[in-house]
Every structure is written in C-alpha cells, then in structure tokens.
Design a protein around this ligand. Sequence first.
Ligand code: ASN
Ligand code: ZN
Length: 321
Amino acid sequence: HEPARRTLEHDGALRTRRRVTAARGVAAPSGTPSDRPQRTIYDAHHGTQLPGTKVHGEGDPPSKDATVNRANAGLGATFELYLKVYGRHSIDDAGLPLNASVHYGTGYDNAFWDGEQMVFGDGDGTVFLDFTIPIDVIGHELTHGVTQHTANLEYYGQSGALNESVSDVFGSLIKQYALGQTTDQADWLIGAGLLGPTIHGTALRSMKAPGTAYDDPQLGKDPQPATMDDYVRTPRDNGGVHINSGIPNRAFYLAATALGGHAWERAGLIWYTTLTGGELASDADFAAFARQTAASARSLYGEGDAVQAVLKAWSQVGVPA
Ligand code: ASN
Ligand code: ZN
C-alpha cells in the first residue's frame, strides 16, 4: 500500500494529506471531517467473501447479535480515543468510514485488517472465543489502518514488529481510556477474555511481562521476548512480527508506568507523534523508532522527565536510543 503523502503546512505541523480514495467506493468527505464515526458492520455468515451482508449501519438500534454490537462499540471507542485524545479523524485523519465484518470463516481463530476493513473470526470455541470480545483486539486491528496511512511500517522483521507493537500499544490504550484506568490499574494484556476456558493462560500477549501470557499444551508457550537478549530470529511470522513486538511493547509499558497517570496522555502522545509525525522511515528498526520517541518526547515536553523515562525504558529492554 502506498504510504500517505505528507505535506508541511503553513503552521509548521506535519499533517497527513487527505486522501481522495475511501473504502468501498464511498466518496471521502470533503471539507472538515465529522466528529462522529461512520461505522458499518457486515456479517460474513461464516464464509470468507468480504465484506458479506450489511447488518448494522451508523445510528441503527442495537442488533440482536452481541458480536455485531461489540464490533460496533469497539470501533466507536477506537474512533473516540483517536479523535478526543490525538485529534485524529478516523484511520486516515479525513473521516474514513469504518467497516468491519464479523462471523468470518468457520471456527476462524483470528482477526485482521485487510488493508481496507477489519475482519473478525468467531474462534473455534475451544482455544479461542469470539475475537470481538477484547476491545484491545478491535483497537489493534483498527490501528493497523492508522499505521498504513501514516508511518506505513513494513510488515517484516523489526519494522514489522514495530507495526505490531504500535497496534498493541493503541489497542491497550483504547481499553485503558474506555475504563479510565491509570498505568497501575491497567492489565497491559492484549486479548484478555479471548482464550477458551480450558486454556492455561490469560491473554494473547502481555506488554508488562512478554512471554508470560499463556503456557498450554494446545497453544504452546507465549514466545515473546521481553528484551533484546532474547530477540527471536525466525523466517516464520514475517520474521517474528508477533514475537519480537514484545520488546517495544515492554518499552512502552516501562515508559508509561514511569510517567504514571493516564498512559494515553504523555506516553501515548509521544508514541502517536512518532507514528504520525512524518519523521519515521517505513523500514525503521527498533533503534530508529527509539530515537524518534526520544525526539518526540523532547519536542513535546522539552528536556525533562518524559525524555528521561523514554530513554530509560528503551535501555531497559536493550535497545540503544
Ligand atoms: N491478528 C493478527 C494481526 O492483526 C492477524 C495477522 O497476523 N495479520 O496482527
Ligand atoms: Zn496485528
């Protein structure tokens, strides 16, 4: 996907230029984008044809299908965090309509962003339950769209692990923001409530303690490293994008908890500015991303506790900044 083009506007701020394209042939809104989301939920009826049939439009009364309502609410909560905290109007900052399909496939054990929309499986009911259950998973998938339209981090190796990590960071922040949690109240888990009742584990990933989310005969052990000492070199999973994301995930957790309070405020804004500020290369490695978070912290908050917390966090996970 072509990265969003950026222009330096008269006020000196780097902003993402409005795109003329929008999903599914719907014209992009012209002028000021709306402060309300424009959500549509589709039902794939256990097939793999996307998007499936429309079952819920913006402003419709709640569906009888709890999965539809969870998807709709999760998209709404994600839209709200991006707008109210970061001033971003949807995925493209130009009010892009949000489309999601639920009941994708049969016993489908995943959720994904396909470049245009979000897609959620029902899970097999044993290992995984319905992927619309964790709000952070919904936020994770939508954030892949934000990344595509901004830093466009290449989905391989360290830049791919950063792409994954950014989705976990904002997925977790959406949950923390929705629940009004401080850094010490947050669980820092991705996908809590998603594992079936017989699975020995708590979630898909832990940002606080990567590698400890599950250890189960069917699922195996959580493979995430917490520091560069345990970085996993593998050709699988696009070079371990869902594995090595544990390292930048923990860096965010450490920076956010060192700053305390609401993680979406200072730590979240530092990461958001890094992702969207136009200074990050799409093939950035961990060290380049770390340097840019420090630069963002400095430009937002000056020389002080924010930049110190960010530098210490990266150093604790073994990434030079
Ligand atoms: N749930 C996964 C993700 O969003 C799906 C994938 O690997 N593309 O990263
Ligand atoms: Zn992802």
